[in-house]
Design a protein around this ligand. Sequence first.
Ligand SMILES: [Zn+2]
Length: 341
Amino acid sequence: MITELKSIPDIWKRMPSEMHARRFLENLIWSTGRHCPHCGSVASSPLRGKTCRPGLYQCRDCRLQFTVTTLTPMHSTKLDLRVWISAMFLVLTSSKGISSVVMARLLGVNQKTAWKMGHAIREMMYYRNGELLPLEDIVEVDEAYVGGAPKSLSGAYNKRGKGTAKPMIFVAASRDGQARARVVSDYKRTTLEPVLLEWVDPATISLMTDGSKSYIGLGKTMADHQSVIHSRKEYANPETGAHVNTADAVISQVQRALVGVYHNLGGQHLQLDEIVWRWNHREPVREVVKQWTTRAGVAREKSTTIWRPIPVVDQMRVLLQGAVGKQVRRSKEYGLCRPLC
Ligand SMILES: [Zn+2]
């Protein structure tokens, strides 16, 4: 079984035929055993007739036929499945996201096709983000205005800080490495509270915020609340351990990924979900930064913790385990929609 994919040529080398790619996807999507996407039954048998499509199964309960891509965003795709795996590889490994134009060039497909694949992959990220567990322990929250093309290019003048027309995001980050983010309409307590309650269990967390007024009332409903007053040039409180540096780091990731894409964020969540996905799929790794030998001949080393993305195949597994039921179709307005709309 393939546990690591290093590059796009590596994908094509390890999967010399489309059947290999199909087996790879089956291992990821059905890691707990094959199940029917129509009714969920685990009783099914392969169909191997000459006229059958490869990888076709029939459910013994509902009698419907299915393959590994049925009812997923790859449903009835005409593309080679290796192209889909390569597209997932590109989205999951590009630290600032990848445009459909670049993806089309790298994969040798039409730009519209690349756009559709990119969106289908981000839709899956969106749903998986929605299924995450509540944030725990120390949770930092912060907010920021993000995006905005450079003035010289857009001709638009965006005010800084409060009162700007830029989209506002609200971020919560646990110090154990998990984060959530959402576009919000304003920073009033009535807006932020329901969002935060979706992300945390208020009885168990210690909330860390800056001195903004909206957080005073909000903090009272949490088990504990500490704040740092930025206007007093206080950025960390050594006594209480209060700081919002983790939340700020998430915000700076968002800022960096969104340079110039100001218009798209307001109404939609997908880009934000992609950035948060990347943040949430990292693991702490101890890495040696310096090695030396003392005069007495003792070998010493200095190491530090860095956060590295988890292997791309593991990310694909998380992504694809929620893929069934996330079928997307092109809408009449050249957008994408789920079968319901
Ligand atoms: Zn069935």
